[in-house]
Design a protein around this ligand. Structure first.
Ligand code: NDP
Length: 326
């Protein structure tokens, strides 16, 4: 088992920004494998689910609205996908799902922590936690830790954490994780997406000795229900779309948006690697500070900092009361 740190640099995967999940999964056989995809019935999650099913995996989609998930998956021709209940903003719900999964006796080969919310108005969940940090990070943190025995039993399992280029907007605010004052919806999303990346760094650090590897992924920009909290004028001002609703050609299709998750979850080229941030179906480069691309491409140092990753793990374990490595 390789225990060297993986370099944060591309490996020449042969895939790119325009590759689709189906192209990345072509020729990969996941029969006999079990995957959990949170939010795997909406946006890029639905396409990740479709690609995994296409490769032969058994897929479970835990959803906070199970009836809607069932309906969407059935109409997408994915009636074989199992649906269960999971609200990531509610740790009791996370524990319930994990208990049901573990009780089934199944091992888990792929966990794709895909669900998320973006730029939401200030809301408090759990013990007064800011909702983006709680949903996007703490819920998935608790989920992976609770599913840990099943991941180890997968003998070579991978965990994929959906981060975002939004991580560039904020590091972890260790002195005020919860925005006790001065809430900013974008800083909060940035913090949560940095947390997703640091989670992958530390999970890989702790878990690789038991054969589990973790990756963070920026999927690209994709128009999905994720933008539900954004006023149209804000998207126009950001150059995401024109007045008449034409979406910028910088955006990917949902099939392209799911590709990096599927690549990170399944690519044989990543064998023996982990703890890195990926984009456009390859390991990303560190951000070239000062370059015109710095706001769009690459991973900022604060999202792969090993000391911050370890510190965030400790804090998250204290907040959630869950830690598979305690
Ligand atoms: P969608 O909004 O289409 O899907 C998000 C999913 O997360 C939905 O199924 C949603 O459920 C679910 N979800 C939200 N809150 C909870 C919760 N409390 N418990 C359980 N499930 C929940 O978004 P995308 O497909 O666009 O995004 C997927 C991931 O990719 C996110 O993590 C996002 O941050 C990341 N990403 C997306 C980008 C984009 O441009 N689209 C860019 C960068 C990163 P429900 O249907 O009930 O709301």
């Amino acid at each position: 088992m390789t225990t060297e740190y993986t370099q944060q640099q591309p490996i020449g995967s042969g895939f790119g920004a325009k590759s689709t999940a189906a192209e990345v999964a072509a020729g990969i056989d996941l029969s006999g494998k079990t995957a959990v995809v949170t939010g795997g019935y909406s946006g890029i999650g639905l396409e990740a689910t479709r690609a995994l099913v296409g490769a032969g995996a058994t897929v479970i989609v835990p959803a906070r609205r199970p009836e809607v998930a069932r309906q969407v998956l059935d109409s997408a021709g994915l009636a074989g996908v199992e649906v269960d209940e999971l609200d990531l903003a509610d740790l009791a719900s996370v524990a319930g799902f994990a208990e049901r999964f573990l009780a089934s006796g199944r091992s888990l080969d792929l966990l794709i922590n895909n669900a998320g919310i973006m730029a939401a108005p200030l809301a408090r969940v759990g013990d007064g936690w800011e909702s983006q940090f709680a949903t996007n990070h703490l819920g998935h943190f608790a989920l992976a830790n609770r599913l840990w025995p099943a991941l180890v039993a997968g003998h070579g399992a991978r965990v994929v954490a959906l981060s975002s280029t939004g991580h560039k907007r904020s590091g972890i605010r260790f002195d005020d994780l919860e925005f006790s004052e001065g809430y900013d919806k974008w800083l909060a999303y940035g913090q949560a997406k940095t947390a997703n990346s640091l989670f992958a760094v530390q999970l890989d650090e702790l878990g690789r000795h038991q054969g589990v590897r973790a990756f963070a992924v920026h999927p690209g920009g994709i128009m999905t229900p994720l933008q539900r909290h954004l006023p149209r004028e804000e998207m126009i001002a950001a150059g995401w779309m024109t007045e008449d609703g034409t979406v910028s050609d910088r955006f990917k299709s949902t099939q392209q948006g799911a590709a990096t998750s599927i690549w990170a979850a399944t690519s044989p080229a990543l064998e023996g690697m982990g703890g890195v941030y990926c984009e456009d179906c390859d390991i990303a480069l560190p951000t070239e500070v000062g370059s015109p691309e710095a706001r769009i491409h690459g991973v900022d140092a604060h999202a792969i900092d090993r000391a911050d990753a370890a510190r965030l793990w400790t804090v998250s374990a204290e907040l959630t009361g869950v830690n598979a490595f305690a």
